[in-house]
Design a binder for this molecule. Structure first.
Ligand code: ZN
Length: 149
């Protein structure tokens, strides 16, 4: 178990230091801001949808290591997914970080499972889910900035 935890820790540190898909997406057809007042995490999510597929997705903003790593991992996982697949992944991720036993879904989430440990820290759950709630709202046509509070 220790090895696995170390690996997870490494994934988070790596994605915080070198966030993937970071920076504005000039030809995004949708963008939305998200804010977690509790921690001060702020991000803007940019998405380009072609048909029912997420063709490209990027983010920028500032926040704690968990929020940045989560957004980086999320954009990596979402690129190329259909909207249906994106919704399923959102649900699995949400269950993983909020269910007491992790909902048993972690294994299916690949690298995203690195964030499973936040479920023991309720304040951190908001850091990890901020980008996901923002994406969820964006894909459902939301225009108002998303806040975790
Ligand atoms: Zn945070």
């Amino acid at each position: 178990m220790f090895d696995l935890k170390d690996l997870y820790q490494e994934v988070i540190v790596d994605h915080n230091r070198r966030p993937r898909n970071f920076g504005a997406l000039p030809d995004a057809d949708r963008k939305l801001e998200g804010f977690n007042p509790l921690c001060g995490d702020r991000l803007t999510l940019y998405v380009k949808v072609a048909g029912d597929r997420i063709e490209d997705i990027r983010f920028d903003g500032t926040g704690c290591a968990i929020s940045v790593a989560s957004a980086s991992l999320m954009t990596e996982a979402m690129k190329g997914k259909t909207l249906g697949e994106a919704r399923k992944t959102f649900e699995s991720f949400h269950e993983m970080v909020t269910a007491r036993d992790g909902g048993g879904r972690g294994a299916a989430l690949g690298k995203l499972a690195a964030l499973a440990g936040v479920r023991d820290y309720p304040a951190r759950v908001k850091c990890a889910t901020l980008c996901w709630h923002t994406l969820h709202s964006l894909l459902h046509g939301g225009a108002a900035p998303v806040s975790t509070e």
